[in-house]
Design a protein around this ligand. Sequence first.
Ligand SMILES: [Zn+2]
Ligand SMILES: [Zn+2]
Length: 211
Amino acid sequence: MKVAIIPVTPFQQNCTLIWDEETGKGVVIDPGGDVPQILEVLEHEKIDVERILITHGHIDHVGGAAELRDALDVDVEGPHEADRMLMERVAEQAIQFGLPAAKGCEPDRWLKEGDTVDIAGMEFDVLHCPGHAPGHVVFVNQEAKFAILGDVLFNGSIGRTDLPGGDHATLLASIKNKILPLGDDVSFLCGHGDHSTIGEERRNNPFLKGL
Ligand SMILES: [Zn+2]
Ligand SMILES: [Zn+2]
């Protein structure tokens, strides 16, 4: 399994490419924008994209999804349908944050707790983790001890909850009930900043004190 991260939009969101080196098959997670740059890396690495995965409906994660889907002719899977309003209002979000024009994106498949998604030939569990956004999902492979957490939990921080649909107590509950039980030895990638492990954050992340 190979991973490449392309920081996209002025929010430096970690658009994440994961693919199988042998087959070349893989996914694009959260193409928030800068689609030409994403396409360049896909071509350079010869990645055969099977699907686009979305963790939640914020502009920096989804702004390029419709454009990339058109370019690659693949399905968009995720987030949870509780983010339907955000997904429909991508154009408004772009204006609100002063970003280049972006199109709304109706996913081909909404995801829910208990679903699985295929990432580079590996099966990942879908967990619904609301709080930062109502329809936020994360992807976990327990065997590989690897997770993609979007904007739920960061290295040293947690997702903001001051945007529409955000709720701090709900986010803490998602982290406590869904993320921390994954185990200290699970490594994760997130939507902004560096990767980390659950254990590292459980011990040192000031936002998790008392959970
Ligand atoms: Zn977000
Ligand atoms: Zn974000």
